[in-house]
Design a protein. Structure first.
Length: 144
């Protein structure tokens, strides 16, 4: 009988935790933080994008600059400050999400990237999430 009581106690505590977390999500929800930047680059530059959790969408447009919109999001806003959006511009444009160890389990980053027609998309990596690449130049290697 003691084993049965222990199992019921553990199940009850687990249910209580689920209800508390679920209630917090319902009350406070998903918090978001947006990154928006524009980068002027030369035609023929290579674009590489690296993300851990979230989605990546890359499309071409008729403007002469790259626009990067990255939305970081997590439950209750936890660890948003521990994910940085890094953009390095030279003959290559490298866009990446830099995570602390704790944040990689909780924070997702959704990318919307628009590039001029002359930019060559070469590498798109995403550990967890979707990749969508449309109407761009280059031999795209996409991995998720």
């Amino acid at each position: 009988m003691k084993g049965c009581n222990k199992i019921l106690l553990i199940a009850g505590l687990a249910l209580l935790i689920v209800l508390i977390v679920g209630g917090a999500i319902f009350m406070f929800g998903i918090k978001k933080e947006e990154f928006l930047e524009k980068y002027f680059v030369e035609p023929g530059a290579l674009l590489q994008v690296y993300n851990k959790t979230g989605s990546i969408s890359i499309t071409s447009w008729e403007q002469d600059y790259i626009e990067v919109v990255a939305v970081k999001q997590s439950v209750l806003g936890l660890f948003l400050d521990q994910v940085n959006i890094e953009v390095k511009v030279s003959d290559r444009i490298v866009i990446s999400s830099e995570y602390s160890n704790r944040a990689s389990l909780i924070v997702g980053v959704e990318y919307q990237i628009r590039v001029p027609e002359g930019i060559l998309v070469s590498q798109v990596d995403n550990s967890t999430g979707s990749i969508n690449v449309e109407n761009v130049a280059g031999d795209v290697i996409a991995q998720t």
